[in-house]
Design a protein around this ligand. Sequence first.
Ligand SMILES: [Zn+2]
Ligand SMILES: [Zn+2]
Length: 772
Amino acid sequence: MLPRKNFKSPFLKKATLLLGCLITAFLLLDLLFPFKPKVQYSTQITASDGTVLHAFLSPDDKWRLYTNIVEITPLLQKTLIYKEDRYFYYHPGINPFAILRAAGRNIFTGRRTSGASTITMQVVRLLEPKKRTYLNKLAESFQAMQLELHFSKDEILQLYLNLVPYGGNIEGIKAASLLYFGKAPQLLSLAEITALTIVPNRPSSLRPGSNNDVLKTARNQWLQRFGKEKLFEESVIQDAIEEPLFVKRLTAPKQAPHLALRLKKDFPDQPIIHTSIIIQTQKQIEEQVKNYVNRLQSMNIHNAAVLVVNNETMAIEAYVGSADFNNPFDGGQVDGIRAVRSPGSTLKPLLYATAFDKGIITPKTILNDVPSNFNGYEPENFDQHFNGQVTTEFALANSLNIPAVKILKEITAPVLINKLKQADFQTIKKQSKDLGLSMILGGCGVTLEELTRLFASFSNEGELKQLRYTTENAVSKKGEQLVSQDATYLLNNILTQVTRPDLPTNFDNTFHLPTIAWKTGTSYGKRDAWSIGYNRRYTIGVWVGNFSGEGVPELSGANTATPLLFSIFNSLDYNSPKGWYKMPANVALRKICAASGDIPGDFCDHQITDYYIMGVSPYHKCRHLRWVFTDTAGKISYCTYCLPEKDFIKNTYPNLAPELIAYYELKKIPYQKLPAHNPSCERIFHEGAPLITSPNDGSEYFIQTSEPQKIQLSCQTSIDVQEVFWYVNDALVKRGSPHEAVFVSPPVGRVKISCSDDKGRNSDVQIVVKKI
Ligand SMILES: [Zn+2]
Ligand SMILES: [Zn+2]
């Protein structure tokens, strides 16, 4: 055995050495001249089912859509490899036999043919086009082997299918199947695949749609060849040959344009961005918005935006940024979902839920909707009327302004601002230092996206979660609790009541009302109409208005935005199978006095039930009436200090707040007044001093010396006050009824205004009067 081995070794040794040298040289050259293909793809935005929603041209203006390996079906693979490079899976990038055969043919015919090109070599040429010289061919062969070294066969095939030209600026199988056949590559038939695989040979003369007959003839020739070679069954080939060829160049899909642009900017290097958009929902709502806005054109209302969130997954299922992206006159390209606008009343639900959590109110707590002055800020209601005493739920469902400002004053603006910061309201984060009580009536900036996310937290029982635009974002299991589940339950019940003024005025019986909770908003100057609604499955945000910011007198959240919200809910989730919210363990019902919302006392004969949060909601004994001693005629009242030994009776009188008395006096609403206090009483009273409502403490007044104006003095007093005394710099200027408005001409400089009542209780304010 040994001699034999020795006999063979010199040749083997040489051969091994040569091979070793070649491999080392190849690896060295590979290190020195690395071949790293860089392909600039078009950005594709896909819907949740993988359908291309929207495609953009690549940076070099090609329709070059990235094809995934899964989109390359066995049928496509088989046809292509048979036609282009039968030994693709066996050669190292170059096919020596094919080269020899082609070289022979070149010598004998004197013509150059490209028959020797493997798929790998074609990929090299597509990546780096060069002149067809023998030297370049050598370089291409080297690079082909480099590709084989660094990429799998499937990856090389994928590169080929992504780069191969199909006429015009269409490159790659995905763009070709989408723009010629209007479908994904996986759905192509054998006939369509065959037609497409022969286009790259002569991309201009065989360009689909330009000369379909020529293409069909060429297609059928190849199909017959496949038949002869028994590549497919005879019947399959026959069907393919009989298949007509209808091709025309289609336009690239352009759905959800605002979202597509947004995501392309967010993920610039990602060839495919998988969104959570449900394509049917998107199409349907785009259509609904367009038709709806068309009907509003005559009112000079030109735009709307809608965002649909799946509450369970927080996935965005529809994103309609404007009524018509292609309408430049009405700012169609503006993304209404991210535009910063005034929220109107849409932040009130968060305020009330926060107040439920702080134990300040329950749904039936009585609030005073009366003219109020908050350090010079005098808000009015939308309809410029006041409602006197109202329940909390009425105040929220009717979006009354004064109760909302009062509640905000009580919980303080910074508390609400912190909640909004927690809910990721970007503009409010920036504005936070400048925001005051007016923010609850719309004096701040929000986006439809932020509002819809906020309302989705109400639908998720107070749990705040991030919105998901792409399938890459993981579903967050647990969110942050923005408000308690208990407070959200109370809120959801209030926002579902169907007897509400923010139902559209033209609401007729033919229009079905789905069970949803919703809140409307109309911004100052009637520029923005909002309606944000939710049930267990969806949260839908609707904005209607003009991107120019132009206000429209007819515009309101109830009449302009709510009908669109309802019609979307009706088409998307009418009679939601998910039911409504269950009462949390910590929420219970209790009896309260209807006159106050507090725990009933002895004299509270009108008792009703109300929800409350155990251990959180206020527990006050009702004081809507109080006992008062009077003489037997009921003309003089006594306190314990001056109560005579006999000839008195004990009676109940309403315990009205000074602001409510002032309102009743203003509106001439009759109310039960307390008899005047015993004139001979010498008791000194401390609590319940008059509240000066004008002028405001610390305010500045400018008066013209030529024509001095007067300033108004007004106050609110306790129910037992009959007379007040006004002083300017400690000099009495007027005595009269507490409800009488008094006008005085103040001196210039720092001025002290005082008000005393008939019980000797006194209040002061300081103002500064300047000349102009
Ligand atoms: Zn009561
Ligand atoms: Zn007294």
